[in-house]
Design a protein around this ligand. Sequence first.
Ligand SMILES: [Zn+2]
Ligand SMILES: [Zn+2]
Length: 245
Amino acid sequence: MPETIYSIPVNDAWSDPSSELCPLCQLSEELEKSQLDFYLSPAQMDVAIRKRCNQNGFCPVHLHALYGAENNRLTLALMLSTRLAQLRENWNGALDAAAKSESAISMFKRRESKKEALALADQLADCSGTNCLICSAMEDWMGHYLNVIIRQYESSPEFVEHFRKRSLCLPHCEKLLRYASQKFSGKVLADLNAVLAGQIKSRLGELEADLQRFTAKFDYRNEAMPWENAKDAVPRSIRYLKGED
Ligand SMILES: [Zn+2]
Ligand SMILES: [Zn+2]
């Protein structure tokens, strides 16, 4: 795949210095939207894609998002019906064994029932979403984006300038630090560490001050005190702590 597929979105995400959004959350949101559109599009009818959907399915978050998109419910219903058929086929043996245990009364059979309950529970864990197609695609793309960020940081002073002006949410700081520590060493890594640490320090200070002002506004004696940046301090702090939804 040509490199620009990853570098264009990365450069775009950092291009607006006035935006308060974490650029990696922004990229992640765009990726998620394009994945949801893809799985609700006629591409679903492709045999290979359908097979992957039947086998892997989606996590609860993405199943809700596919339904919440209110777009092409026919495709979603068809996909769900073949997914359920696949699960029934996969679980047939465990379901039959558990169904038989209903009549078990002897001590031995009771022990068997415990085994069968656990075997069935293990099978049901199949649909818990650990193999979600959208989560894995997003993780895959995010890996490419992190790679582009690291390479741009190393080679493009213009990108570094943009990078310094936008701070990442804490989960994405962690991700980037871990990734960078595998790819960089020496001066470049020390520089990136210093930039991220400086951003985290100043962002925590800003949010703390905004939250203090927000709480102070609950006191009637502070009625005349201006809100400044404090009105949305709570959702901004939550977004900083956990990233965008
Ligand atoms: Zn983020
Ligand atoms: Zn998912």
